[in-house]
Design a protein around this ligand. Structure first.
Ligand code: A2H
Length: 256
């Protein structure tokens, strides 16, 4: 990671419905008033793709914390990211990690959240094994149109729903075209996954190549194909959409 600071946009995705298991764990802890809002907080480097969110990924093996912002607002993320947030002034008391409870990622699967800007509005929480506890907030918003990782994981989960212990209906099958490119059309990730013959999330080498290409082509040659900045180059739209998310209070800057 060197000495460079990575600046993420942390998105506030309000929980609409808990999975049955999450509901059980949360009500028995008695630490979150039923009238409070809990937000799952994915971290992204690509705010301009948020129109295309179709699911939210959690790691089934990570234990997440729920942190108190106020009597009515709570954030869900990894402990590690919460410690960083303390020093960035995101929590009310500088110096204290306001953790009220813990919950396993596997218990969160099947919950639903509201996703700011997304054409889909409310999306399901589904599992992704490759999420690292040591990066971001340990939650990843799924944009299968522009992220090869998200696209291949979505295909895998749909094909092997029983193996993953999920309801296939939770997995959104339609990528939303949001960025157009001269090279790969307006569904860059599905196009690259096919072209590079990527069959599973385990095809790490090809996935890395697809990710780099998707990022470069999207950023340097892409134009917006969805939303109020349609027709604008991605390079320009990116900073505007980022600022819009911050101004509306739907996101905050998170660094590590
Ligand atoms: B990106 P970097 Cl459309 N583990 O957001 C694994 N991946 C994680 C993560 C974690 N703990 N936390 C964040 N990420 C993902 C959008 C996106 C992203 C698109 C295209 C590419 C892309 C929608 N998912 O990332 O290692 C998040 O997914 C390609 C790398 O810090 C985040 O941005 O550079 C990105 O990886 C951060 O990765």
């Amino acid at each position: 990671e060197g000495v460079l600071v990575q600046e993420y946009i942390a998105l506030k995705c309000k929980v609409m419905d808990w999975s049955a298991r999450a509901m059980e764990v949360i009500s028995s802890s008695n630490n979150i008033p039923s009238s409070a809002d809990v937000f799952m907080i994915p971290a992204t480097l690509r705010p301009e793709t948020m129109y295309g969110q179709t699911n939210l990924f959690v790691s089934p093996t990570i234990t997440y914390g729920i942190f108190k912002i106020s009597d009515t607002i709570f954030y869900l993320a990894t402990d590690r990211s919460a410690r960083n947030m303390v020093f960035q002034g995101i929590f009310p008391d500088w110096g204290t990690v306001p953790k009220v409870m813990e919950i396993k990622g596997s218990d969160l699967v099947g919950s639903s959240v509201r996703t700011p800007l997304s054409a889909r509005d409310v999306v399901y929480v589904i599992p992704m094994d490759t999420i690292k506890e040591t990066k971001g907030t340990g939650l990843v918003t799924s944009v299968p149109s522009d992220s090869p990782d998200d696209h291949i994981m979505t295909l895998e989960l749909f094909k092997k729903a029983t193996h993953y212990g999920i309801d296939p209906q939770w997995v959104c099958q339609d990528s939303i075209p949001i960025i157009d490119t001269p090279e790969y059309g307006n569904l860059i990730a599905p196009t690259l996954v096919k072209k590079l013959k990527i069959n599973s999330p385990k095809d790490e080498r090809q996935l890395l190549a697809a990710k780099e290409l998707a990022y470069k082509v999207g950023f340097y040659h892409g134009t917006m194909a969805f939303g109020p900045f349609t027709g604008m180059p991605v390079q320009e739209a990116k900073t505007r959409i980022r600022q819009q998310l911050l101004d509306s209070g739907d996101a905050f800057v998170y660094c590590e």
